[in-house]
Ligand binder design. Structure first.
Ligand code: EPU
Length: 420
């Protein structure tokens, strides 16, 4: 197992390019199962999560080729069963359920296990499949869905924590091959849902309204192969902007869609960091007198839960008392105890973190517990005095392409070593 060592206090400068979006790539790769014809997807980041997804496609019978960021998938003959040993490593494996149901009219996928960021149920996905006419059974750790025929329906996918991203993706992917019109009310509006809808439309689907709360899908008889570029990863982009804020002399994040990171740039600007937005690049400059902030995570276009841990790291060193409330995954605070080991002063009150900014953080051995929590520890390490050792780096490799190398290019003193 690798760990990352960061010698803190070396200011970052220069520019980096954002990779393709993990959370777009995963459902888009799953959607290639919807056609017998070959699909080519460009900009797929080299991450363990995209690797797991390709392993699942191969297990299901697809032919897969990968050359740098381009993945070709040909799913001519597929089967519809994804057992536990194939799906257990990644919760997002569940997004093969919708395309398998759409194409094969039946699917058995092992249920993803628990997750440190919270419970992560799939009741809304299943409610959507049932509304399309599928019978759903959960037995032996598997979810089985079966429908001699899928029929369009009006489905409200809003749950008690708001809309569901992968639930919207899954139901949309099943509905594209249903008879008649499906209306998803309470749909997730995230850019990754829009990217998937664009991909499906290029395959011949008829989807309108992606990016709004109401998605309308007119079912078609079959889809065909296509080629697509995934959007830039807005969470990777946001993470680098926070890196620039926490320890920058001035950095530029390129290959970015500014609209997708607007809530993050607005939060950073409210703290006092000067931000310059161009067409596909955002620059951030330091501010020695950055201020505290009140922040609540919300579905897009609100501030993303996937950026909450990174903001905790930043706000632990800005002047005054910051308050962050996590509305999407109320238990997503595994980074708090580790940041406290580095000298941060923060208290949890239910789903709210109250952060008293400190002048300095100190390097310490810390443990990554999930993807975004790990990124927060790396960011804190860039700022801290001395050496921070982040262990269990495989969490970072799930979702950030070459994070250590990109930070190194910006001037961070960061190295990856084998854990003994
Ligand atoms: N929820 C339900 N029932 C469901 C589905 C979700 O109650 O059937 C709840 C969840 O427990 C949560 C809320 O609804 O409280 C939103 O969850 P959502 O379904 O939107 O999450 P997801 O689709 O499983 C995706 C991203 C996550 C990101 C969330 C929220 C992918 C592969 N994953 O998960 O990304 O945090 O949306 O934006 O797209 C990450 O990249 O680190 C990550 C965890």
């Amino acid at each position: 197992m690798d760990k990352i060592l960061i010698h803190g206090g070396h200011p970052l400068s220069g520019s980096i390019k954002v990779s393709g979006s993990k959370n777009s790539s995963l459902p888009i790769l799953a959607a290639t199962l919807l056609t017998r014809e070959p699909c080519v997807v460009h900009g797929v980041p080299d991450l363990s999560d995209t690797h797991y997804m390709l392993q699942i496609l191969i297990h299901l019978g697809a032919q897969v080729e990968r050359a740098s960021g381009t993945v070709s998938v040909s799913a001519d003959n597929i089967e519809s069963v994804a057992p536990y040993h194939v799906v257990r490593k990644m919760r997002a494996s569940i997004c093969v359920l919708g395309p398998l149901l759409g194409r094969c009219k039946e699917a058995t996928v092992s249920l993803p296990g628990g997750c440190v960021i919270g419970d992560r149920p799939i009741d809304l996905h299943l409610k959507g499949f049932e509304a399309l006419g599928a019978a759903v059974r959960v037995e032996g750790g598997n979810v089985k869905v079966f429908a001699p025929k899928l029929t369009g329906a009006v489905i409200n996918l809003r749950g008690k924590f708001g809309p569901t991203v992968l639930g919207t993706d899954n139901v949309m992917m099943a509905a594209v091959l249903a008879d008649g019109v499906t209306v998803i009310e309470g749909a997730a509006q995230e850019p990754e849902v829009v990217d998937l809808a664009n991909f499906l439309n290029k395959m011949g689907a008829r989807i309108e309204g992606a990016g709004t709360r109401r998605i309308i899908i007119e079912g078609v008889a079959a889809l065909h192969g296509t080629e697509h570029d995934v959007i830039p990863d807005r969470i990777e982009a946001g993470t680098f902007l926070v890196a620039g804020a926490i320890c920058g002399k001035g950095i530029t994040v390129k290959r970015i869609q500014p609209e997708h990171v607007r809530s993050t740039t607005e939060a950073l600007a409210s703290c006092g960091f000067p931000i310059d937005i161009a067409d596909h690049a955002i620059s951030i400059s330091p501010n020695g007198e950055a201020k505290a902030l009140e922040l609540t995570t919300e579905p897009y276009p609100g501030f993303p839960s996937d950026m909450q841990a990174q903001m905790c790291a930043l706000l632990s060193t800005t002047d005054g008392i910051s308050v962050i409330t996590e509305n999407i995954f109320p238990q997503r605070y595994m980074h708090v105890a580790e940041l406290k080991r580095m000298g941060a002063e923060m208290q949890l009150e239910g789903a709210t973190a109250v952060i008293q900014g400190v002048d300095r953080l100190f390097g310490a051995p810390v443990m990554a517990s999930d993807l975004r929590a790990s990124a927060a520890l790396v960011l804190a390490g860039l700022k801290a005095d001395g050496i921070t050792e982040v262990s269990r780096v495989y969490h970072i490799d799930r979702g950030y392409e070459r994070l250590d190398e990109k930070l190194s290019e910006l001037g961070a003193h960061i190295e990856r070593v084998k854990e003994t």
